[in-house]
Design a protein around this ligand. Sequence first.
Ligand SMILES: Nc1nc2c(ncn2[C@@H]2O[C@H](COP(=O)(O)OP(=O)(O)O)[C@@H](O)[C@H]2O)c(=O)[nH]1
Ligand SMILES: [Mg+2]
Length: 212
Amino acid sequence: MDSAVSDATGVAPLVTEPDEDVRSWQTDRTRAPIATKIVVAGGFGVGKTTLVTSVSEITPLQTEALMTEASEATDDLSATPGKLTTTVAMDFGRITLDDDLVLYLFGTPGQQRFWFMWDDLVRGAIGAVVMADTRRLKDCFPALDYFESCGLPYVVAVNHFDGSERFEAEDVREALTIPARIPVMIMDARRRISAIETLLALVAHALDETPE
Ligand SMILES: Nc1nc2c(ncn2[C@@H]2O[C@H](COP(=O)(O)OP(=O)(O)O)[C@@H](O)[C@H]2O)c(=O)[nH]1
Ligand SMILES: [Mg+2]
């Protein structure tokens, strides 16, 4: 490249010296971080807000609203009697992995009546975490169907609640008929490490699924 051109534009020449070690570029921490978008989906009360909150390094943006008797007929709270608030629009959080991979997490609102937002929410996402509660497995079917039909890579994360029967990942895979190539993780959304493991599995899976 003509160095006079690169000087004039202020842009570093793209051509590297032939003897430069390629690996030095790969380990260069000063290069710009890669930002990706991840969607966290699943039924009402499955732990989406909990996951985003436990991994986020910024104060998560939450749009929780106090549930009132007005929604009694719409929101079935029989399985989550202690739940007083609900995510109205979405959760939003950020986590930086390995210094240069930034994940922006978008939690979907669980209730059916907010589904018109999903097409907007998944735009530009590299993948999704579908959270499942073994006491209410069917609640994650709509999310599974949605990501299967739009072709967005996803992993299934089974959130074990106190007092619920423990299942192996493979049992849940069978119950939900999840294809073998899709990771099924057992997770505790309240534990940061556990939630990060799920996110790493999703990133790896999304890379696998991306055409060369
Ligand atoms: N025991 C247990 N409780 C959890 C777990 N994840 C979430 N919870 C609780 O379940 C309730 C519903 O979680 P929330 O994140 O609000 O659900 P969302 O509707 O999917 O956002 C909250 O009271 C959480 O503290 C988990 O992994 N284990
Ligand atoms: Mg929520």
